[in-house]
Design a protein around this ligand. Structure first.
Ligand SMILES: [Zn+2]
Length: 382
């Protein structure tokens, strides 16, 4: 049996650790569904939990990638396998001595209930679903990485995240210069992995169209009337409008594009964050982006004002989360949540939902749209 090199796993949609976490989440959620409905498990897309559905083909891909027989084609065999330690599933990667979760059993073989360790693996990611898991993975990676820089850790955290948010597309040279300027050699390989080559189908005959609004990539779209230059890969940018390409002549071979999860979870929300930060900086305020390794998105005069920008499409979901916790925004004298302008409807339904339903953790939070916050910062009201 040949041991596969780590690089052969690059073909997978998600790394093996993420596949296992996704499976643990699917099993835990599926168990809850079954309990609620008193039903039995059937291999049917309408009845399988939405987290379990993507976990199964990803597990199959892992077998195939190691040249093994696929044991994950049936949900029943996966459930049975889950009563055995992960290292015994016939996947080399999971059996490696240094694989952190090799001893984990996801389902108790006697009671057929998800085990406590499977629950812990499911919640450890800090969010549910593949994108959330990967997003947290990047956050944690950066935080863990900069920890060792001790007194420079907050400065490095900001420098890394700011570059990423401002450069969804970057030339290899820009990336090299960024890494040199950080003067933190340990970060080099991780930062390289945040970027990837541009898929050829996302180019316009080998040329890259850069979005004039977010600096992201405009990929070709069949509706040439609506998207003559292509459609932006950053969903929050798409919500703000259709923007033309920049005038630059950009060749795909010279450029790298951020990984999808970073485009969605860092660059997208970052559009408002950067706009607020740049306006405050221009107005001569003592502004910091992602202070103290992400205590909030932007602070003014250290702990005087803390601002978090949010772009949830559902106001109810947002206020529910904020009522549970506002995170480290709690450390600031004035706490502001800035809402993307495009969510602030004319009738004020979105803002009213937030203001009327705030309580517990969110009771001292001010809600403002990004543009009214910027106005207040410029006029010195905030
Ligand atoms: Zn864009």
């Amino acid at each position: 049996m040949s041991k596969k090199t780590v690089s052969s796993y690059d073909l997978l949609v998600s790394p093996p650790e993420v596949v296992l976490t996704l499976l643990a989440q699917g099993i835990n959620e599926q168990f809850k569904d079954l309990q609620d409905n008193y039903s039995i498990l059937r291999q049917n897309k309408d009845e399988l939990n939405s987290l379990l559905i993507p976990a199964l083909p990803r597990l199959s891909a892992l077998y195939m990638c190691e040249g093994k027989e696929d044991k994950a084609a049936s949900v029943h065999s996966v459930m049975e396998m889950a009563t055995q330690p992960v290292k015994e599933w016939g996947i080399d990667y999971f059996a490696k001595d240094d694989f952190l979760y090799r001893e984990i059993v996801l389902i108790d073989p006697e009671t057929l209930v998800p085990t406590l360790e499977s629950y812990e693996l499911a919640i450890e990611a800090g969010g549910y679903g593949e994108d959330q898991i990967l997003e947290r993975k990047y956050h944690n990676q950066v935080r863990e990485l900069v920890k060792s820089a001790r007194s420079r850790k907050d400065e490095l955290y900001t420098a890394i995240r700011e570059f990423i948010v401002r450069h969804p597309l970057a030339t290899s040279r820009e990336i090299e210069e960024w890494k040199d300027n950080l003067k933190f050699p340990r970060a080099r390989s991780m930062l390289t992995n945040f970027y990837r080559d541009i898929p050829s189908q996302w180019t316009h005959k080998g040329l890259v169209h850069k979005c004039s609004h977010c600096d992201g990539l405009l990929k070709p779209h069949p509706d040439k009337k609506r998207y003559p230059d292509g459609i932006c890969v950053v969903s929050q940018c798409r919500r703000k409008g259709v923007f033309p390409k920049t005038d630059e002549e950009l060749v795909a071979d010279d450029l790298k594009l951020l990984q999808n999860q970073l485009l969605t979870y860092w660059v997208g929300p970052g559009l408002d964050e950067i706009e607020i930060y740049d306006a405050a900086f221009k107005a001569g305020r003592d502004a910091t982006l992602y202070p103290y390794s992400d205590a909030c998105d932007i602070s003014l005069e250290d702990f005087a004002v803390g601002i978090d920008a949010k772009s949830y499409s559902s106001a109810s979901l947002l206020i529910k989360r904020l009522n549970t916790s506002i995170g480290r925004l709690v450390e600031y004298d004035r706490k502001i949540i800035a809402i993307s302008d495009e969510l602030n409807d004319k009738a004020g339904v979105y803002m009213n939902t937030l203001r009327l339903q705030r309580n517990s953790a969110a009771k001292n939070v001010d809600f403002m749209s990004v543009s009214s916050l910027i106005k207040s910062i410029k006029s010195g009201k905030i």
